[in-house]
Design a binder for this molecule. Sequence first.
Ligand SMILES: C[S@@+](CC[C@H](N)C(=O)[O-])C[C@H]1O[C@@H](n2cnc3c(N)ncnc32)[C@H](O)[C@@H]1O
Length: 350
Amino acid sequence: MSLTFAVAPLAAAPVLPSRASLPRQGPKASPLAGAGATAAGAAAVVAAAVQRRGRVARRVRGGGEKTYVGRFDGTQKVEKGTTQVEEALAAEGTRGRSAAKWSVLSERIEGLAKEMYMLIGSIDPYCRDNSTAEGAAMKAIRQKMEDTDWAGLAESKTTMFSYGAEMSTDPVEAQFVKMLTYMKRPKQVLEIGMFTGYGSMAIAEALPANGTVTSLDIDPYLKTWVEDVSKDFPEGKKHQIVVGPALDSLKVLDTSIKFDLIFIDANKAEYKDYLQTLMDRELLAEDCMIIGDNTLYVGYPILSETYDTQPARRDFGDAVREFNAWVRDHPKLEQVILPFRDGVSMIRLK
Ligand SMILES: C[S@@+](CC[C@H](N)C(=O)[O-])C[C@H]1O[C@@H](n2cnc3c(N)ncnc32)[C@H](O)[C@@H]1O
């Protein structure tokens, strides 16, 4: 899943990265050094960066009161209704171009770009259309999710935050998690961050008869929304939902239950605390597999602020980068980060 969380208005406030972590690595710093900048010049750049970050953080958090805002629609860019016309014109303008069919340089470049565009635009639909592991409960959830007026629910304050269907784990990733569940044959699964339960239904569909998936979510409305669908499927009986901030719920989960599989997908700023709490409370089975979603968080953990087209996401990007490094350096953990969708980490105890 998905990826569109800013931080919560409640206890779930993320910690701003310390000033000491500035300046960041990356292209922003190197041209300065290349130009032979003085230490004072570099300090001025750092100070400006700190100030800029402060402004962004204040904007995101509404002066420190608001911390969780739900979906991001794109913080700087406003979609205009003309895009379809523009896209049709661009498609027409490059019709027939390919990397091999050209006679002048501009046509060659167009052809290369067109092939890249064709591949990039076709990979996801191809994988989705040729993946067949979506079961009946998953399908029912997906259809209701697509039909739900999320904007209206947010407007009427029925939901705690503004949501969109894109916040769900997408069909291919959910089926991947389902296949992992088949492989793992877990008895106890924990999902942190449920939304409409598409991921938890994927897991439930693959669970053995005596398996249970427990989902933690902060929004009580989602529990009702999911149970209205899942009650009509056998998978619903394998699914239980705990409402509340995940960090609070994790602190009261029964420690006699050890989780074999965990899917972390809630507040990106809290991933480290989720895992630390799970370890401190010994809630992990010895051979537990932890799947962390969004661990490449729209590229923000990799790139510097120079490339921030949605600066409101930066705090999450930094938090995810810190989480990845923390797991990497943890003596008791090992991980592989896969560049699949928004980044998927597989983490286990050594
Ligand atoms: C990306 S969605 C989860 C998608 C889901 N795993 C799936 O497979 O479709 C993130 C969810 O985390 C929940 N959430 C965000 N912050 C939370 C917190 N601090 N505690 C519990 N749930 C939280 C949101 O309400 C939202 O439903």
